[in-house]
Write a new protein. Structure first.
Lengths: 352, 352
DNA sequence: TTGAAAGCGCTAACAA
DNA sequence: TTGTTAGCGCTTTCAA
């Protein structure tokens, strides 16, 4: 029997082609084949050619688990997204994944927002994979999870918010600023009596408070606040608007914590023959793709989610590859996109 | 120096706590510690207690790369989703991920729909991780990728469609049946002149063809078909409806290949003071959460995406754990959800 | 530029 | 029930 050409596989082998097989076929040592594949300019053209041919002929695909184990670099990034309303974050995740992929990294997806037990398990699962970086949507409050992440030594990037005490890196924007700026924007247009429709969400809460404070600082009447709870559906928006009409019928402008809620408000208004923006102005948050083309087109707050994803990928990879990231804290800001749903009919103004 | 209590780490070590550290602390062999952690009922209560305490004290998290390498089981599932319009599939991905997570598996996300080169790279990246299973949205046409997947020996599940020649397992529904049934549904209601608005998508194409054939088999006038190309936006729906009005003004009902396109059609209709459903009926596809609460509520085709995700996770795990999956081919069907957008005013009918 | 040796951290296989 | 041994498939380290 010819042991060199057809080595017997041990019983533990997975059966797949290994670097060793390629090396034997190319007539070189495994480590040389490894170099030809990973750092081709470290080998002679002759060796390179032979190894490439062997790879072609065998259909060899390197085992990244083995590579990761040996090099302590998994080329894996873990992303944690809330399990509900993923939609708003998808743009970011796509950009993150795309940028990572182009650089040879893979994305592992984890869903948060279930029980505390599951959060704990999620963290274990993530750390167990030894990712080169962790992407978090939102910021992590002090607690067990935060301590654990810090202890793991894995680069972490928190997003979609700002905090003076990030775990590590941070890319976000100020929700308070948004509340304040939106209030200013609407007050500048001449509205005086406001309502807010918001989902039970800590960040939406901060936008709400800032909005209310800004309005009340101007001596305007109290802002009517409708909390729709966990449900961010269009239906909740409709119900909230019904409540507004019943309890604060003199409201002139409604700021919603998401575009979908705003769409609900506008839907209910139309069902009641209340004209937006003539009778009441509506603003959303998120600028999901279709609100620009609705009738009336929705005025909303736009976050550049793609930028967050792309930047986060770069930061994480920089850190994974030992490069300095500075500053690791970036405020990407936001913009108010003025459309028809807040067009005061009496005093027309040009676009923002 | 006390080598037993504080073993010197080799220069290659990643520095993290290993099973060996835990074993030493618990006073047992590494394999015993491994058993205590993974198959606790194979060890004595005494050993179990000591190991658990050691795990607690050290904060040990097993390295899954090492475990996967040793056992040839990565506990990783790769999912491939189209990079555009992820929205429709999110429900499925969430269910998939949730079910996998509860069983100790992780999800790796890959985005398809870019260049052929990148598809090739994506496949390499996936196979390189040695996942225990691969989830595909859609079916894979014969070609290099298909051959490669087949050769990898990794369990594959194709979804969201039906084919007599799946790579391996399959969970989907018939797009032709949908086209045919929707046509029948609308014809039964008395509509006679139809238009279709569809995105350039192979599956939408099959629904379109089946719809058209079913209509024409009844001797009804030709179906006007508006292809909106790659853009599935609300705006495309508006533009398509404008074309319909110009080129086929006698159309009574429009079937759209997505709810968003249907929303566009309804938006354009409203902008032109055309009443839905009085003047024209509109149907969508997908049943995204908010179309039920719009005015008018949209009649649409519902796919149980959650079921697809949950079932796919089970199938994939069954196969990964050596269990038979039969039948590995499931037609989950679809349902037509009748709402107001197709309510013929002259001949009211009860709900479906 | 190439290679031999020695792991990375874990588990399968076998033995006691 | 517990342990010993020998890998999994790759890369780091060091030497030629």
């Amino acid at each position: 029997m010819n042991d060199k050409e057809t080595p017997k596989r041990s019983r533990r082998s997975s059966g797949a082609i290994t670097l060793r097989d390629v090396a034997i076929l190319a007539g070189v040592a495994p480590i040389t084949a490894s170099r030809a594949i990973n750092t081709p300019n470290q080998v002679s053209p002759e060796v390179l050619r032979k190894v490439q041919e062997a790879v072609q002929r065998t259909g060899y695909v390197p085992n990244r688990m083995a590579g990761g184990l040996a090099s302590s670099r998994s080329r894996l990034i873990a992303a944690v997204v809330p399990s509900t309303v993923v939609s708003v974050f998808m743009e970011t995740i796509e950009a993150l994944n795309g940028t990572l992929f182009d650089a040879g990294y893979q994305l592992m997806l984890g869903q948060s927002g279930y029980s505390a037990d599951r959060e704990e398990l999620l963290l274990e699962a993530i750390i167990g994979r030894r990712p080169d970086g962790i992407f978090l949507t939102g910021i992590l409050p002090p607690g067990k999870a935060r301590t654990r992440l810090l202890a793991s030594g894995i680069p972490v990037i928190e997003t979609w918010d700002l905090t003076p005490t990030p775990i590590d890196m941070l890319i976000g924007f100020s929700h308070s600023d948004i509340g304040r700026e939106v209030a200013k924007f609407l007050m500048d247009k001449g509205y005086k009596k406001f309502a807010i429709v918001h989902a039970e969400d800590e960040r939406a809460g901060r936008r709400t408070v800032a909005f209310r404070d800004a309005v009340e600082q101007q001596g305007l009447p109290p802002v009517f606040i409708a909390n729709v709870g966990a449900s961010r559906s269009l239906k909740s928006g409709r119900e909230a608007f019904t409540r507004i009409l019943a309890e604060a019928p003199d409201v002139q402008a409604v700021f919603c914590s998401s575009d979908l809620l705003a769409l609900g408000v506008m839907t209910e208004a139309r069902a009641r023959n209340i004209n937006v923006p003539k009778d009441i102005a509506v603003m959303g948050f998120g600028d999901v793709p279709f609100v620009a083309d609705m009738v009336p087109a929705l005025t909303t707050v736009r976050i550049n989610g793609e930028q967050i994803g792309t930047l986060a990928a770069r930061f994480l990879m920089d850190r994974a590859e030992g490069r300095e990231v500075s500053p690791g804290i970036v405020d990407v800001g936001f913009s108010i996109i003025e459309r028809d749903s807040t067009a005061l009919v009496k005093t027309p103004r040009q676009k923002h």
